[in-house]
Write a protein that binds this ligand. Structure first.
Ligand code: SAH
Ligand code: SF4
Ligand code: F3S
Length: 442
């Protein structure tokens, strides 16, 4: 990319919602610098890749993709690696993929404008790699959100939990919260632009600490929910250790707060939770579940689990299985333990063979599927409000999302054309393990 080449970029993103939202902010920053986003790598002068390092597979994907991109180098294109692999591997990326010119971790995105100027001037090997202790947040004037109806909003960045298996504290820096005033100002701005759903984001939203001391997390949640124009507020991810009863009280009293909590448990065995350094016991987790079950509205609970953590015996695994029966989650994400650089559990022997991890994964997923096949029936005949997300032409159905974050596909009478982004009542006529079916109520 020379000084007179058109400023076009292509951005690809992997990873969690934080990465997706960071990408929206990165796009906003580039647009403000006079760049234009293009839909294909062929059209782009600059190819950016926002990466994830949570498991080994995700990281391998990055290096495969960078190898694929190498052939495009001849066309004068430039390449930048952003996100968690960039922060983790740093300048080593230049050794493995010498065609890359920019390596920037998420804690340094605020410096992107200067880095883009250097890139445009033809500089090679530009790095943005802050130490873990950075206090900086990435707040942009312009965020290019991809959906006009529901949008993400970061309230806290980084993580201080250091769970034994996890790279995030190393790739995202220490915890730093935004002031409640700045969060509310952004939420208000979103509402003014027509957003009706806001999803508050953080690796651990419950450890939100307002630097101005004005609001607790639950109070902030309620304040966002009370803004004019906001119809749904979600938040993710919650950590059981910091999950207070006041969050349930907020959901009870503010109807716009969605009746869904994603509360990753990781394991049902106290012994494994302890080695994982999760800082809670099965009993404490179940106590939080009991709070949710006692809420005025039925709260949908979802979770993340890891199988095959070092030392996980069959008996430990059985404990995770029995937790499924006890909690009756509405859905779970399950992962095979993957040893990661820098993490404490890297010191533990990863002795459980991959086939055994795969077996446990399948057993866990099948059991959960059976539970959902049974428990989703509870929605039968109920009228639920959905936000219309789109249309599935092939099936002649509309796609909706409930407050509990379930997909509810529905039919509507010929004359009615539900608008994407609108909220409509739908009566449930069919229940499947992962979705619901219904008819628009007129
Ligand atoms: N902040 C969130 C999780 C972010 S990572 C939380 O604390 O819950 C998302 C999920 O990836 C985690 O909940 C965990 O289940 C999984 N995960 C993280 N590191 C992993 C590893 N090394 N191997 C397998 N799964 C992992
Ligand atoms: Fe990782 Fe634990 Fe932090 Fe979640 S709370 S991001 S699992 S270290
Ligand atoms: Fe992946 Fe980084 Fe998110 S490792 S899961 S993109 S915080």
């Amino acid at each position: 990319m020379s000084a007179d080449s058109p400023k076009t970029f292509y951005l690809e993103v992997f990873g969690c919602q934080m990465n997706v939202h960071d990408s929206e902010k990165v796009v906003g920053t580039l647009l403000a610098q006079g760049y234009r986003q293009v839909p294909t790598v062929e059209e782009a002068g600059l190819i950016l890749y926002n990466t994830c390092s949570i498991r080994d597979k995700a990281e391998q994907k990055v290096f495969h993709r960078l190898a694929d991109y190498k052939k495009l180098q001849k066309q004068g294109k430039r390449f930048g690696v952003l996100g968690c692999v960039a922060q983790q591997e740093g300048e080593k990326i230049f050794e493995r993929a010498p065609h890359v010119s920019l390596v920037c971790g998420s804690a340094s995105y605020r410096n992107l404008p200067q880095m883009l100027v250097q890139l445009q001037a033809g500089k090679q090997r530009i790095t943005g790699l802050d130490g873990r202790e950075t206090d900086e947040c990435f707040e942009t004037e312009f965020t290019a959100r991809t959906n006009p109806h529901r949008g993400y909003l970061t309230i806290i960045e980084g993580c201080d939990k250091f769970c034994a298996y996890c790279v995030v504290p190393f790739t995202r820096g220490k915890e730093r919260s935004r002031t409640s005033d700045s969060v509310l100002a952004e939420a208000r701005q979103m509402a003014d632009l027509g957003y009706t759903e806001v999803q508050l984001l953080g690796q651990n939203v419950n450890s939100y600490r307002d630097p101005s001391g004005k609001k607790t997390f639950a109070e902030l949640l309620a304040a966002v929910g009370e803004l004019f124009g906001i119809r749904r507020v979600r938040f993710t991810t919650s950590h059981p250790r910091d999950f207070g009863r006041d969050i349930i009280q907020a959901i009870d009293s503010v109807s716009t707060l969605c009746d869904h909590v994603h509360l990753p448990v990781q394991s049902g065995s106290d012994r494994i939770l302890d080695v994982m350094q999760r800082l809670y016991t099965r009993e404490q987790y179940l106590e939080r579940v009991a709070w949710m079950k006692a809420a005025k509205r039925e709260i949908s609970i979802t979770s993340d689990m890891i199988v095959g953590f070092p030392g996980e015996t069959e008996a430990d695994f059985e404990q995770t299985l029995s937790l499924l029966d006890e909690v009756l989650f509405d859905s779970i994400f399950c992962f095979k333990y993957s040893p990661r650089p820098n993490t404490p559990s890297l010191q533990l022997e990863d002795a459980i063979p991959d086939e055994e991890k795969s077996r446990r994964l399948i057993v866990l997923q099948e059991k959960q599927r059976e539970i959902q096949r049974r428990t989703y029936q509870r929605h039968m005949g109920h009228t639920l409000e959905v936000m219309v997300e789109g249309r599935n032409e092939a099936r002649g159905q509309w796609i909706g999302r409930t407050s509990q974050n379930k997909t509810l596909n529905f039919t509507a009478p010929q004359a009615a054309v539900p608008e994407v982004g609108s909220y409509i009542p739908v009566v449930t006529t069919g229940c499947f393990p992962n979705s619901l079916l219904g008819e628009m109520v007129i």
